[in-house]
Design a protein around this ligand. Structure first.
Ligand code: TXA
Ligand code: MG
Length: 341
C-alpha cells in the first residue's frame, strides 16, 4: 500500500506529515516527494538495503547511478570527498536550486548509488518540502525521479502513483512542481567542466560563473559508452511515438495533417493560438505561449502524460530552439522521440 500524504501549504498542518515521511525514510522505506524540478523517489542514502529498493520499485537498471539530495554544504561534505574550487561559485549562485554537481565521491557512499563510479551526483533542492524531509530524516536522501524507468518524469503526485502505486511506501503530495524539468547536471571532475544534462538552470547562467563548458552532446558519438547513463538516447518517453517538427504554425499544421493520415488519432502539444486542422481525431493539449520556455517546461511532462492517457496513436510537438530552458525542452523531446521501439 502506498500512503498519499496530502500537504496544504500550511506548515502547522504539513509538518506532522513530513515528519511521518521522515520516519519512513529512517526506517529504510521509500518516499516520493516534490522538489522544484520533478518528484523524487527517496531513500536513506546511507542505507544500502533501502537504496536497492529504489532500483526495484522503478525497474531501474543497476548501472544507472542516483543523485544524493542534501540540505546544506556540510551535508554535501559527507558524500563528496572534496569540493573542487569551481564548486564554490556554483553553490553560491545556484544552490539550493535545480543544479546537480558530479563530485569525487566520499568513501561512505555505496557503490549502489554511484553504480561503481568514483564520482557522486549531489543536489540541494530548493523546494521547502524536500528540504524539510531531508532535515527531519537527518540523512542525505538518494533519489532518482519518481517514475518507472524510461517514462516521463512525474510533476505531480498523480503521476507518481500512476507509475509506482503499491511499489513505494508513501508519496508527499505537494501539488505540481514549479520547474517541471529535471536539474541541470554539471561534471566538475573534468577540465573544463562538462554539461551532462541541460535542465532547470540554463547553460547561459552557468557560463556566467564557469566560463566555457564542454557540452556532453558534442562528446559522445552514437553507440559509445555514456558518462551519464540517464543521457541514453531513449528516455522520458510516453508509450506512443513522438513526432517533432520545426517551430512554425504552418509546419505544425502540416505535420498534424500528415500524422492523421498515418496514425488516425493524434495528440498535439499546442502552443497558444496556433491553428490545427479541423478534425475530430486531433486532440490538443494547450501547452502555453510559444517563447515562454519556463511555462512550457513546467507543463511538458504533464502534456505528454495527458495525451498518452487520451490513447492517441502519436504525439506531434514543435521543437523549441536551444536557448534558456528551451535547451532542456529540446533534450527531453529528442529523447522521447528517439525510436528504438
Ligand atoms: O531534478 C532532478 O535531478 C531530479 C530530482 C528528483 O532531483 N532527479 C533526477 O534523477 O532527475 P534521475 O535519477 O532521474 O536522473 C539523474 C541522472 C541520471 O541520468 C544519472 O545517470 C545521472 O544523473 N548520474 C547520477 N550519478 C552520476 C554520476 N556519478 N556521474 C554521472 N552521472 C550521474
Ligand atoms: Mg529520471
Amino acid at each position: 500500500m502506498t500512503q498519499r500524504l496530502i500537504l496544504t501549504g500550511d506548515p502547522a498542518h504539513d509538518d506532522a506529515l513530513i515528519r511521518q515521511a521522515a520516519a519512513i525514510i529512517r526506517a529504510g522505506g521509500l518516499v516520493a516527494f516534490p522538489t522544484e524540478t520533478v518528484y523524487g523517489l527517496g531513500a536513506d542514502a546511507f542505507n544500502p538495503v533501502a537504496v536497492r529498493r529504489i532500483f526495484e520499485a522503478k525497474r531501474r537498471p543497476a548501472w544507472d547511478p542516483l543523485i544524493v539530495h542534501v540540505v546544506s554544504v556540510e551535508q554535501m561534505r559527507q558524500v563528496a570527498r572534496e569540493l573542487p574550487p569551481k564548486a564554490e561559485g556554483l553553490i553560491q549562485r545556484f544552490m539550493p536550486g535545480p543544479l546537480t554537481l558530479i563530485l569525487p565521491r566520499a568513501e561512505r557512499v555505496s557503490n549502489l548509488i554511484t553504480a561503481g563510479r568514483d564520482t557522486v551526483a549531489v543536489r540541494m533542492p530548493a523546494h521547502p518540502v524536500a528540504q524539510a524531509l531531508i532535515r527531519y530524516s537527518e540523512t542525505p536522501i538518494a533519489a532518482p525521479s519518481a517514475n518507472r524507468f524510461g517514462r516521463p518524469s512525474p510533476t505531480s503526485a498523480d503521476h507518481v502513483l500512476h507509475d509506482l502505486e503499491g511499489e513505494i511506501d508513501a508519496v508527499l503530495d505537494g501539488g505540481e512542481t514549479p520547474v517541471g524539468v529535471e536539474s541541470t547536471i554539471v561534471d566538475l571532475t573534468t577540465t573544463p567542466p562538462t554539461l551532462l544534462r541541460p535542465g532547470g538552470v540554463p547553460l547561459e547562467a552557468l557560463e556566467e560563473v564557469l566560463g566555457q563548458l564542454r557540452l556532453f552532446s558534442e562528446l559522445v558519438p552514437e553507440g559509445q559508452p555514456l558518462p551519464s547513463p540517464g543521457t541514453s538516447p531513449r528516455h522520458y518517453a510516453p508509450q506512443v511515438p513522438v513526432l517533432l517538427c520545426a517551430p512554425e504554425p504552418a509546419v505544425l499544421y502540416g505535420a498534424v495533417r500528415d500524422a492523421l493520415a498515418l496514425y488516425g488519432l493524434v495528440g498535439v502539444m499546442t502552443p497558444t493560438g496556433w491553428n490545427l486542422p479541423e478534425d475530430g481525431r486531433v486532440i490538443r493539449f494547450e501547452w502555453g505561449a510559444w517563447g515562454d520556455w519556463e511555462g512550457l517546461a513546467q507543463r511538458l511532462f504533464e502534456g505528454l502524460r495527458w495525451l498518452e492517457a487520451q490513447q492517441v496513436h502519436a504525439i506531434v510537438c514543435p521543437l523549441p530552439p536551444p536557448e534558456g530552458l528551451g535547451r532542456a525542452l529540446r533534450d527531453r523531446l529528442e529523447r522521447a522521440a528517439h525510436s528504438e521501439r
